[in-house]
Design a protein around this ligand. Structure first.
Ligand SMILES: Cc1cc2nc3c(=O)[nH]c(=O)nc-3n(C[C@H](O)[C@H](O)[C@H](O)COP(=O)(O)O)c2cc1C
Length: 222
């Protein structure tokens, strides 16, 4: 058992995992506890598909193929962040991108290597388990906020059990294919996913350290 401080401080996005499996019992426990997340009027907008073994292989093979073949024609179902990034977001986004590419030795303009790296999202970065999150399409932005609390709970609970995670908006790019593969009810749509497993400490990609803005830059005492 670790403290909440240890869970928050040790959480990071991991992009290479060992082959060690995550048991169904463990993920059930994590999801059950994660669903204690607050949500407006207790509406609980989350819906999770857990992927392992054969289904994981089938799903990731089809997803990666979709990304590799059609990446120029894939469009998000809704705006994820911003149409045209401006400061301070663009600077922060570039910083994490370049730090990651430096570790991976991907040079500016090397689109082939960049695409190959992005494609690893669709293999859950080699994790033995993938979670795909879907939501009813007509739920509003407060429900999306509720959903984020649920996902963060999963990330923190994972740390309690020695697991690591990587939340992945990348899955939203192939939402059509993912909806089809998971045979989702037509009211639902895939918006993101989460790789979960044990950190591969030997892979330098996991050495990435991300920065945070100073408190005084995002908080004002009145
Ligand atoms: C909603 C969400 C979507 C994300 N999508 C991706 C993704 O598709 N691929 C990826 O490699 N990382 C993804 N990340 C991880 C972020 O890049 C990462 O959280 C951020 O750089 C801070 O680093 P840290 O998680 O290690 O603290 C996502 C994170 C969040 C919260």
């Amino acid at each position: 058992m670790i403290t909440i401080l240890e869970a928050i401080n040790s959480r990071k996005s991991v992009r290479s995992f060992t082959k060690k499996k995550v048991s169904n019992k463990l993920i059930k426990d994590i999801l059950k506890i994660a669903s204690k997340a607050p949500s407006g009027s207790n509406t609980q907008p989350w819906n999770v598909n857990v992927l392992t073994d054969k289904m994981l292989k089938k799903f990731t093979t089809a997803a990666k193929k979709e990304f590799m073949k059609n990446s120029d024609n894939l469009h998000l179902e809704r705006l994820n962040y911003m149409k045209k990034y401006r400061e301070p977001y663009v600077g922060r986004r570039r910083k994490v991108g370049w730090d990651l590419y430096q570790i991976l030795d991907i040079k500016k303009g090397d689109f082939k290597k960049t695409k190959h790296f992005h494609a690893q999202n669709y293999e859950f970065f080699g994790a033995p388990m993938g979670l795909i999150f879907s939501i009813e399409k007509d739920l509003g932005w407060m429900s999306w906020l509720d959903y984020g609390m649920f996902i963060q709970n999963i990330c923190l609970l994972a740390r309690n059990y020695g697991l690591h995670t990587c939340p992945q908006a990348a899955w939203g790019l192939i939402y059509k294919k993912a909806n089809e593969l998971l045979k989702l009810n037509k009211n639902y749509t895939v918006h993101c996913g989460l790789a979960i497993g044990y950190e591969n400490k030997k892979n330098k990609i996991n050495s990435l350290e991300t920065e945070r803005e100073k408190l005084e830059n995002f908080c004002k005492f009145n």
